[in-house]
Unconditional design. Structure first.
Length: 236
């Protein structure tokens, strides 16, 4: 499969602090790639570099287009949807109103009609469509931000710590949904996840970051058996 996304020697910094050191990786179209690593390894910064919400250098190419200094809203219109850590719902708006915000990068009239279809994909959200988003459980809020991102019809979905603060059963259901979207709709996903066990089960490939550098990458099934991954991230 061709690479949909390529990072070539990408550096990123927060002021004087350098967070990424020459990160290079590829995400093939139609694949799920997991970014693994401890806190502070540079996983979230990698996603922010793609969306251009952090000071960065190097080259990032998406679908043959160099992203360069394009602003985040332009990058979103190219087909990259970023679901950041912490969910980020608009708590006073209803579920349906939150979903409408997911159509802002689209210009076709069918966008808003697709909200009903998206609610059908997420039955829990359909039951709560008129509720303020702030009244939803953590798992429901994570479903909401995912549904909102999907309404933009992205070619690439960036997911940052989707399991954070969620119960194990909710996490399992969430990753099963991501795997289904990948399998049935061909959605390409780059996911940052500290729960290495579940991430490696759904991913096709994975990269391990340590202090801002890619130190290991390859087939997800093979990395599950790598000694350093097993010892440090899988607990066996």
């Amino acid at each position: 499969m061709p690479a949909l996304l390529e990072l070539r020697s990408v550096d990123a910094r927060y002021g004087a602090v350098r967070a990424l050191h020459g990160v290079s990786l590829e995400v093939e179209e139609g694949s799920i790639v997991a970014l693994l690593g401890a806190n502070g390894a540079g996983k979230t910064t990698t996603l922010r570099a793609i969306s251009n919400t952090v000071d960065r250098s190097g080259e990032i190419v998406f679908a043959g287009t160099r992203l360069g200094r394009r602003p985040p809203e332009t990058i979103a219109r190219l087909g990259i949807a970023h679901v950041p850590e912490g969910r980020g719902v608009f708590p006073e708006l209803t579920v349906r109103e939150n979903l409408r915000l997911g159509t802002y990068v689209r210009r076709d009239r069918a966008a808003r009609r697709e909200i009903d279809g998206m609610l059908g994909t997420f039955p829990r959200l359909l039951e709560r469509a008129s509720q303020p988003a702030g009244t939803l459980s953590g798992g429901e809020q994570q479903q909401l931000v995912l549904a909102r991102a999907l309404l933009a019809r992205p070619r690439l979905l960036l997911l940052d710590e989707p399991s954070l603060g969620l119960a194990p059963l909710v996490v399992r259901d969430l990753f099963e949904l991501v795997a289904t979207l990948n399998r049935d709709q061909g959605l390409t996903v780059l996911v940052v996840e500290q729960n290495a066990s579940i991430a490696l089960r759904v991913a096709h490939r994975a990269c391990l970051l340590e202090v801002g550098r890619v130190v290991l990458s390859g087939d997800a099934a093979e990395l599950r058996e790598h000694e350093s991954i097993r010892r440090s991230y899988l607990g066996y």
